[in-house]
Design a protein around this ligand. Structure first.
Ligand code: NDP
Length: 468
């Protein structure tokens, strides 16, 4: 069996104590993860701090090349990493699964090399010179979740390193193995200490995010944990980027063709079996097309195979962990108790692991938990509206604001409504598509700060204004 190890200061660190990582497709083991300790976190932060002294003064060209090199070694090891990712996360290799995630890692790492943060000249005349420079921050702590562990890891690592910071990453204990291996691979092209990884019990996260020598925390995960991370950052006024949950609404206007949009709706809601921060989590449909949309959406979805990530016929995989499965089942049964109607899926068969059928819930209403809470799984509530103003009001009533979408043949009309959605991103006739140059982040309790592109890169820097 493969022995997985942490990487601290460029060195492989194994542990005799390990914990089991579950393969969610089978309920069996995906491998044993080293149980790091507080001493390991301290060693990783110390290594990152030492490496920062030299990495922070490297030229921009060196750091650009590092991003290109990271993209290249990820490509060279894509097959191995995608297999491991599929085993511990559950997503199949094909479609928008593990191979797609590895492709995203390469694209984001490579694109980070092409971004520019030029010195801004505010004034340059007889009276003097004023320039704005972008400086790195120091040691960045990265905390990642279990849904897209490698891609989100790269979203944190690449801009941090490009801007001259050093990193300690702590992946979710549900999916740590692929990150351990990815960091080991990335260390073949990075100086020792620039990128470190620690894994272990739940108390390591707070130790890392509260560490006095960490200058910034970049966190992707739940809103509740995000609030704790924010509190732990207060002691030393750490910089923060928080990408938290969403409860994204989609609004279908009466002019859409239900059959034509069925596939788009499907991927908008069910990419990664619905375990995606910015996927559609509640769908508002005009009364005049409601039954047709339910029928066409269910017809398309019924043909999609959900199963083991190892089965090449599977388009989508299981729910990643038992707690999330229990949450999804609880929300479905609550919706049924409240009078909602299951039009597809609903209950699990006796398949092993955490495989759950794709589930569509009609006659869902605001106020039901399945509508008001983030389900983060393969179930979508469909809500009927008759006045678009009511739909917008309901969509915006959430405390979350990550993404939203408006669907219509009339793009100009859709755009007007889209700009009224209280969300960091909004899509027309689609939902959740990302671009490495397009800023991404949440409003309200969906997060703080921005990822991707130049705006995202700036978040890993502080401003130094030079007066001469
Ligand atoms: P969490 O937010 O609890 O965990 C995400 C990461 O944070 C993990 O690495 C976790 O590791 C770490 N963590 C947890 N507590 C702390 C802390 N106090 N300080 C520092 N790090 C911490 O997500 P869960 O896995 O518990 O999932 C719960 C819900 O979050 C889901 O039901 C879903 O709704 C949402 N979610 C949202 C995601 C998104 O992309 N926005 C991704 C995943 C989940 P550890 O547990 O070892 O501490």
């Amino acid at each position: 069996m493969t022995q997985f190890a942490m990487t601290i200061d460029g060195k492989v660190v194994t542990k005799t104590e390990t914990f089991n990582v579950i393969n969610p497709s089978t309920g069996g083991s995906a491998g044993q993860c080293p149980s790091g300790t507080v001493d390991d976190v301290n060693a990783a932060v110390a290594a990152a701090k030492t490496a920062y002294a030299s990495w922070s003064i490297t030229s921009d060209d060196v750091r650009k090349q590092a991003c290109r090199d990271m993209a290249a070694v990820l490509a060279a090891h894509a097959n191995e990493l995608a297999t491991l990712l599929s085993t511990e996360q559950g997503k199949p290799r094909g479609g928008l699964g593990a191979d797609f995630e590895l492709g995203g890692c390469q694209v984001w790492a490579g694109n980070t090399a092409e971004l520019e943060l030029p010195v801004e000249v505010i004034k340059d005349d007889n009276e003097g010179l004023i320039e704005v420079h972008r400086k790195p921050l120091g040691v960045v702590a990265s905390i990642t979740p279990w849904n897209w562990p490698l891609m989100i890891g790269i979203w944190h690592i690449a801009p941090a390193i490009r801007a001259g910071n050093t990193v300690v990453i702590k992946p979710s204990p549900y999916t740590p193995l692929s990150t351990l291996r990815m960091v080991e691979i990335l260390n073949t092209v990075l100086p020792a200490g620039v990128l470190n990884v620690v894994t272990g019990p739940d108390d390591l996260g707070p130790v890392l995010t509260g560490h006095a020598d960490v200058a910034k925390v970049t966190f992707t995960g739940s809103t509740e944990t995000g609030k704790k991370v924010m509190a732990s950052a207060a002691g030393t006024l750490k910089r923060l980027t928080l990408e938290l949950g969403g409860n994204d609404a989609g609004i279908l206007l009466p002019d859409v063709d239900p059959r034509q949009i069925a596939e788009g709706l499907f991927w908008s809601a069910f990419i990664n079996s619905g375990q995606t921060c910015a996927c559609m989590k509640r769908l508002y449909v005009h009364d005049s097309i409601y039954e047709d949309v339910c029928k066409e959406f269910a017809a398309f979805t019924a043909n999609i195979k959900v199963g083991s990530g190892a089965d090449t016929n599977s388009v989508l995989g299981p729910i990643q962990n038992a707690a999330q499965l229990a949450k999804v089942e609880d929300l479905i049964s609550d919706a049924v108790d409240q009078g909602a109607r299951i039009i597809l899926g609903g209950k699990r068969s006796t398949e092993a692991g955490y495989i759950h059928p794709l589930t569509l819930i009609a006659d869902a209403k605001d106020g039901m938990r399945i509508v008001d809470e983030e389900q983060f799984g393969p179930v979508l509530p469909i809500i009927r509206y008759s006045n678009v103003e009511d739909a917008i009001k309901a969509a915006n009533a959430s405390s979350m604001g990550l993404g939203a979408s408006v669907w219509s043949k009339d793009i100009a009309a859709a755009k007007k409504l889209a700009l009224r959605m209280e969300s960091g991103s909004v899509w027309i006739n689609g939902h959740g598509g990302l671009n490495p140059n397009a800023p991404f982040g949440g409003v309200k309790q969906s997060g703080l700060g921005t990822e991707f592109g130049t705006e995202g890169l700036k978040e890993f820097t502080s401003i130094q204004t030079l007066h001469a």
